[in-house]
Ligand binder design. Sequence first.
Ligand code: HEM
Ligand code: HEM
Length: 235
Amino acid sequence: MQQIQSALTPVFDLAVRLFHWLQVLLLGGLWYSAEQEWYGIHQLLAYTLASLLGARLIWGLIGSETARFRHFVPSSKQLRHYLGTKRLTAKSPVAGHNPLSALMILALLLLVTLQFVSGLMTTDEVMTEGPLYSLVPDWLSSLAGSWHELGFNLLLGLIALHVLAAVLHQWRGDKVVSAMWHGRKELPANTPAPRLLNSFKYILLVLILFCGLLGWQGSAVWPLVVADLQTIGVL
Ligand code: HEM
Ligand code: HEM
């Protein structure tokens, strides 16, 4: 920890911000591709998101201070203290995730992970099967199929709450949305600046996971992607 001098202190590294905004884009793409029944593109986007997510989970153990779960997952005491102080949206800016948004973040990470895992066991009952579909018992693939639809609706509900809370914080002066965009935030005087690492290792982890997933499933997914692109008229 070092004392800060400037008005805006770096609080989020590139890894956290890249993961966040690419995740938003990819979830939009995953929903749209499922609506259009472009399941090749759907799977390709899912493997891309899984690589970003897997690397983010590892980054939560080895990454910058504000990215680490140990740093931002609150104890019940910290949570009670945070909730006990004045109005919810008028609290002092925190150098990283605040204790309440940390809980929402954990729920979002869990739901996206479950969405991916359930997708691996899902079928559209036409020509797309997740790679684990035929390997697991029927009751599990049927549960995964139901969850894949239900879980996404749950995810949408939590995302709506998450965005509402973020916009309220921004509006009340704790500029969390700007911080998630450019990485910097105005903190109370003498707040120690968090230690941020170079995000190169995160990007490397994403690439390794992506190559691993495509090494596993690429030969099944590419023909479907090409077929989708032909349907769309791009090829
Ligand atoms: C698909 C929609 C979204 C999902 C799944 C999502 C998920 C997440 C996750 C997982 C984090 C933690 C990031 C990390 O530590 O790696 C986060 C943080 C954050 N997100 Fe989102 N997000 C979504 C959309 C948005 C949007 C549209 C906004 C802006 C209006 C937003 C604002 C924020 C902010 C400000 C934080 C930091 C919160 C804090 O300071 O504690 N998110 N989000
Ligand atoms: C985080 C990643 C994922 C998200 C957000 C996601 C999202 C969705 C959504 C919103 C639907 C439409 C659900 C409905 O209304 O019926 C869907 C359907 C589907 N997804 Fe995913 N998906 C993901 C990962 C995967 C993966 C990894 C696979 C397979 C490898 C997959 C395969 C399918 C299939 C086959 C369907 C059609 C299910 C049906 O017709 O009932 N998804 N997905």
